[in-house]
Unconditional design. Structure first.
Length: 257
């Protein structure tokens, strides 16, 4: 019998789910100690700031803080405290959209299970998470290896990719946040923290760079260039360009064509 005991928490906003997971999973046989149960991510992160855990079994869609936001915050805490090992995460969600699974797994989740899941299926995922914890504990010499990219960085990388591909659209922060399954407030804070710019300033930078490129290298009319970078109103585009570059689009073209 193994002597390694991992500490785990459950997070789900549905009472019957929390109770079912607590009572029907054979935690003792798995060698896992269930230390706390929470109804939302915000409660959980406050606890884990003071009491680190090894395994997190969490829903994705919850009030106050989503499961994906929670994991991103966990990785930030681990980075701040210079802890190279990470909490092993298992997402248990009623949402079957494959995009949720993609995001969850790319954020470092051990597994993503759809509700309702059999107890046996959940226990297999928990055992997998426990094995990963044990492997880390048994190999302290590997602690100096480079840490994998943090979820917070991944989220911003993904957001920047989406912006680069769609900056010609009428694009807003809340659209990107929705597609990344996080709140707009959270993404806004993370965006400024990691890029040093606001979402709107970064979007404006993408657009001005493209506008300058087109003015200098294409024969498109100025209003067409405005449309191609997300400003279909010619007057607004000219005013915006003047503000960004200190000269009109026509003057810029004369100097750089």
């Amino acid at each position: 019998m193994t002597t390694t005991v991992c500490r785990a928490v459950i997070i789900d906003d549905e009472t019957w789910i929390r109770e079912g997971l607590s009572e029907h999973i054979n935690w003792e046989a798995l060698g896992i100690e269930l230390v706390q149960v929470f109804q939302d991510g915000l409660e959980a992160i406050h606890y884990m700031e003071e009491h680190p855990v090894d395994i997190l079994l969490s829903d994705i869609r919850m009030p106050n803080m989503t499961g994906l936001e929670l994991v991103a915050r966990l990785r930030e805490l681990e980075k701040e405290s210079r802890v190279l090992s990470s909490t092993k995460v298992i997402f248990l969600s009623g949402y079957g959209d494959f995009k949720y699974a993609q995001e969850a797994l790319r954020l470092g989740a051990v597994d993503y299970l759809l509700k309702p899941s059999d107890v046996e299926e959940i226990e297999v995922a928990l055992q997998k998470a426990k094995t990963l914890c044990a492997n880390e504990a048994a190999a302290p010499d590997k602690q100096e290896q480079k840490v994998a990219e943090e979820p917070s960085s991944y989220l911003i990388k993904k957001a920047l990719q989406m912006m680069s591909a769609r900056f010609t659209e009428d694009l807003h922060l809340n659209q990107i946040a929705d597609e990344l399954f996080v709140t707009s407030n959270y993404l806004s804070r993370l965006f400024r923290q990691e890029t040093g710019k606001s979402f709107s300033d970064y979007l404006s930078q993408l657009r001005i760079e493209k506008a300058c490129e087109l003015l200098g290298s294409s024969n498109l009319k100025i209003y067409q260039i405005g449309e191609s970078v997300g400003y279909p109103n010619p007057r607004y585009f000219s005013e915006w360009f003047q503000k960004q570059k200190g000269m009109s689009p026509g003057d810029y073209r004369s100097k750089h064509a």
